[in-house]
Design a protein around this ligand. Structure first.
Ligand SMILES: *Cc1c(COP(=O)(O)O)cnc(C)c1O
Ligand code: SF4
Length: 457
């Protein structure tokens, strides 16, 4: 006999509040867009043309909404940042300009000087050592059976926390960018390399951002890779749906090109999907829902990779809302990354401890296949590790040691928590380089990995 419990009470309304998506002409709140109608706002070319790239353009767009102090702060922030700035009107319209300092969209794209923190002494620009695993320009071959192709260095927006700040976007006052392979003739070397490595089954096309590829180049890449017999899986990576979802509604040539590659892959028994990058629940609106519906109806599978970012999604409830909202619009949450140890954005990083807490809260709130894995892309080229799988974690000093036996056997990789999140005594210890080195070596000893195998980020 099955015992029935018919009185499980219905869930209170706020349990399904993630389904309440922002709709209507919300952009008209921004003075510069007050006269923009829906047709214009949904036009992807209009979005591209009106993206904000300088403090002057920001001022012209949000004048009357943001205080002069905020604008001055942003102006200084633009000058100190390692990434160029580019923000779409869609993203600008989602910012709560009554409180831009705390706003999760603003924090991702618009730097303000007053929030900057000193860099952790172990930070670098290319913390993942991608350049060391690059056999030809524009390709990173780190894992045995998969490779990362970087066919361009432009994106529809620039994220302050970009892991590829060494290469992505125009040069800034602080960083001269590394050259990637950016033209179809340069891509031939990448295709030739992939064709010469039969162990490669899986290619991630990232960048930069596939949104910025003209449809004919998107298709050229897709077809060239589908032509290689051993390539079985491809993912086009784009931040686009999170910051400019309307492109999927109005750039028919691009969506059709993607659809043709997916269809050709399907008939060849090969898996072609889209990977995207939503970080905040506010990025998902009714426009996003319509855009994701277009892909869903065409049978294009979409996965999401988020970055755990302080003040954006590091509160358990906010991450839970993001995950459930993604599932609601047919996007599968795949990964949540620890923020990479890149320079200039220490205010955005969180601790391994915090990530574990958020993961614990999220798991169990929805389908397992819609529950992201929380990973730390091990600094120094160890690849992605489940955040929980450290060999040793010194929580007090914020030092986590990982091993990656099938990527770089015999080596140890260390992730450092942001110093301002540690207790005062630990912060003090980090001020002294000799003490700091001893702490790191002690963590490595406890992890049972030899000191000399340590990869210094
Ligand atoms: C993330 C990444 C991949 C893909 O890894 P998955 O865990 O399969 O998503 C491939 N190559 C590089 C260099 C990467 O950073
Ligand atoms: S969209 Fe991706 S590649 Fe482009 S700036 Fe953002 S994180 Fe970097």
């Amino acid at each position: 006999m099955i015992e029935l419990h018919p009185f499980k009470p219905p869930a209170p309304h706020d349990v399904v509040a993630y389904r309440d998506l922002l709709g209507g002409e919300f952009w008209r709140r921004v003075p510069a867009y007050a006269d923009v109608d829906e047709t214009q706002f949904l036009d992807h070319l209009w979005q591209q043309r009106h993206s904000v790239k300088t403090p002057e353009e920001l001022l012209a767009t949000v004048r009357e909404l943001a205080s002069p102090e905020f604008i001055a702060d942003a102006e200084l922030g633009f000058r100190r940042a390692p990434m160029a700035v580019r923000v779409s009107p869609y993203a600008i319209a989602l910012v709560d300009w009554n409180d831009p300092y705390r706003d999760p969209i603003r924090r991702q794209f618009i730097p303000v000087a007053s929030a900057l923190l000193p860099n952790h002494p172990r930070l670098t620009l290319d913390s993942l050592h991608e350049q060391a695993d690059s056999p030809v320009p524009g390709l990173v071959h780190r894992y045995v059976d998969k490779a990362l192709f970087l066919p361009l260095n432009v994106c529809p927006v620039y994220c302050r926390f970009c892991t590829r700040s060494y290469a992505i976007g125009p040069d800034t006052q602080n960083v001269d960018k590394v050259e990637l392979a950016k033209t179809p003739s340069q891509w031939q070397d990448v295709f030739a390399y992939i064709a010469s490595r039969p162990e490669l089954e899986d290619v991630v096309i990232s960048g930069g951002d596939a949104y910025q590829l003209p449809p004919k180049n998107l298709e050229l890449i897709g077809n060239a890779l589908l032509d290689i017999p051993h390539v079985r899986r491809m993912r086009f990576a784009t931040k686009g749906p999170a910051v400019m979802p309307m492109k999927l509604l109005t750039d028919h040539a691009w969506v059709d090109a993607l659809t043709r590659i997916v269809d050709r892959g399907r008939s060849a028994g090969k898996d072609v999907v889209l990977h995207t990058h939503f970080n905040a629940p506010e990025e998902i609106t009714e426009i996003t829902q319509r855009a994701m519906r277009v892909l869903f109806e065409r049978g294009i599978f979409v996965r999401n990779q988020s970055v755990l970012i302080r003040g954006v999604n590091d509160e358990p409830e906010r991450m839970q809302r993001l995950v459930k909202r993604l599932g609601y619009v047919n996007v599968h949450p795949y990964y949540v990354y620890m923020h990479d140890m890149v320079k200039g954005v220490e205010d955005l990083r969180t601790t391994i401890r915090a990530a574990i807490g958020v993961e614990k809260f999220v798991r169990g709130s929805t389908a397992g296949f819609n529950t992201p894995t929380f990973v730390c892309d091990a600094p120094g080229g160890g690849g992605k590790r489940d955040v929980h799988s450290y060999e040793h974690y010194d929580r007090e000093n914020g030092i986590a040691v990982y091993a990656a036996p099938s990527v770089k056997p015999g080596r140890a990789f260390v992730y450092f928590d942001p110093i301002d999140q540690l207790e005062p005594a630990a912060r003090e210890r980090w001020q002294n380089e000799t003490v700091a080195q001893e702490m790191v070596h002690e963590a490595l000893r406890r992890a049972g990995t030899g000191d000399d195998s340590f990869v210094v980020a």
